[in-house]
Design a protein around this ligand. Structure first.
Ligand SMILES: [Zn+2]
Length: 467
């Protein structure tokens, strides 16, 4: 007696379309075809969904839907899968399959699991497997999160699909000409140039993003403020130092962020309202820092702020403008002075070796990372033992270099206070603070000799120069 041959459709799915996964699908299909042959089934159709996750409910699986239709109209007598989790990870989807099978009493069979939905027991197993697959998928993402955290703690570079301007795709190397552009942009911005100006200049010069597009202010500010450029990663507010070479110091990144935050906060207006001398001005009576505040009618002032847990005396208050003007005059005079020119000259000579040291240490750090991550010739403990002193020295030297950069800003103005006066008037507060911070370690304000509304006595301002 002749029986009708059993016609089946093979359903295959891979969760992610990565290298090598295509071959996994090919293997699934091959296994399923052989399985069908052993059973004497005829494979009349193959359904293949790629790059969708059966765990997510909202992703489209066109072949899955076509397979359901095939079952409903009776084109196939059964569906064969390599593993049930390829077919569905949702009880609801399983129900859709079962419902489609119901019409013509079709079945679901698995190559690697004991499933035959002709029997109640098989259906029970199928449901159980779906529940299990869901749990595994949840575990996978917990595992992925843990792995990601581990990689951040090890200082591994973030894996990104697109090359970051300034770096090779895997962040292992700096692209020197792009890094030079970034450093120039940093210097220009901190010297008071506008972001728009830098963007225009780059576009005019033919500099393009790594996608080949023209620059826009949002792209550039996002890039310049990115932790990647100072070889750090940020996650949930924490910072993780990385093992890839840095283009900026963390201090650079911080300053640029403050600059951008100021612009954003001021709604595209010129400069953020910070005080020129906060962090620099000290109370001459107690030696503690003086802070910017305002009088009741909104005028800026600096106060020695008495507060719990601080030795601040709270006895000194001064209006901001006169003391700032006095400090500016001291700065202009210093720029014309011989001592500064001499000091800057020495500093430059001295620091040429420093830049070389930083480059050597960066190279050593890179080799060390390769030994650990790529060649596996050293252990994790050895890696961290060798890395720590290297990173410490590197950071200290980079910090020194960045101070030299501030010296570089001063270089433009030495011997020409009229140029500085002009830049001072036109530049923003960040620029003025950079100049003051580059020249002055601190400024001490002595208490007034007599009370009253007498004009500000510039003799009360005692500068402590950096050179
Ligand atoms: Zn005080």
């Amino acid at each position: 007696m002749e029986t009708k041959p059993v016609r089946v459709g093979i359903y295959a799915r891979i969760s992610e379309d990565r290298d090598g996964q295509q071959t996994a699908t090919a293997r699934q299909l091959k296994d399923a075809r052989e399985f069908a042959e052993r059973k004497g089934w005829i494979v009349v159709d193959e359904f293949e969904d790629i790059d969708t996750s059966a765990f997510k409910t909202n992703v489209k699986r066109p072949e899955f839907l076509r397979m359901l239709d095939s079952l409903r109209v009776g084109e196939i007598d059964g569906v064969l899968v390599w593993k049930l989790d390829r077919l569905t990870r949702q009880q609801r989807d399983l129900a859709r399959v079962m419902e489609a099978c119901e019409v013509h009493k079709a079945f679901v069979a698995s190559v690697s699991e004991p499933i035959d939905t002709h029997e109640n027991y098989g259906q029970f197993v199928a449901e159980l497997l779906v529940a299990q697959a869901r749990m595994e998928s949840a575990n996978t993402s917990a595992r992925q999160r843990r792995k990601a955290q581990e990689m951040r703690e090890e200082g591994r570079p973030p894996s990104v699909g697109r090359r970051c301007f300034g770096y090779a795709l895997d962040l292992s190397m700096i692209v020197p000409e792009e890094a030079a552009l970034l450093r120039d942009a940093r210097d220009s911005l901190l010297a008071g140039e506008s972001l728009r100006g830098v963007v225009q200049e780059w576009n005019v010069r033919g500099v393009r993003t790594t996608r080949g597009a023209e620059w826009r202010t949002q792209y550039l500010s996002r890039l310049l403020a990115s932790p990647t450029l100072c070889a750090e990663r940020e996650h949930e507010g924490l910072r993780y130092p990385g093992t890839w070479p840095a283009i900026f110091t963390p201090n650079d990144t911080e300053r640029l962020r403050r600059l951008f935050a100021g612009h954003a906060g001021a709604g595209r207006k010129r400069s953020p309202t910070v005080n020129l001398l906060s962090g620099v001005l000290r109370c001459g009576a107690c030696g503690e820092g003086m802070y910017g505040s305002r009088t009741s009618d909104g005028k800026r002032r600096y106060v020695c702020h008495k507060r719990p847990g601080s030795p601040a005396c709270g006895s000194l208050t001064t209006m901001a403008v006169p003391v700032e003007e006095a400090v500016a005059e001291l700065v202009f005079a210093a720029v014309d002075g011989e001592a500064l020119a001499r000091a800057l000259h020495e500093r430059t000579d001295h620091d040429d070796g420093l830049a070389g040291l930083v480059r050597d240490d960066e190279a050593a750090l890179k080799l060390l990372s390769m030994d650990y991550y790529d060649s596996h010739v050293i252990t994790r403990d050895e890696f961290f033992a060798a890395r720590e002193p290297l990173v410490k020295r590197l950071e200290a030297n980079r910090e020194r270099l960045s101070r030299r950069d501030r010296g570089g800003l001063l270089h433009r103005f030495t011997g020409s206070s009229d140029v500085l006066r002009n830049a001072w008037t036109n530049g923003n507060l960040e620029f003025r603070r950079a100049i003051v911070g580059g020249l002055l370690e601190r400024v001490e304000l002595l208490p007034a000799s007599k009370k009253g509304r007498s004009p500000f006595d510039v003799g009360r301002v005692r500068p402590r120069w950096r050179y």
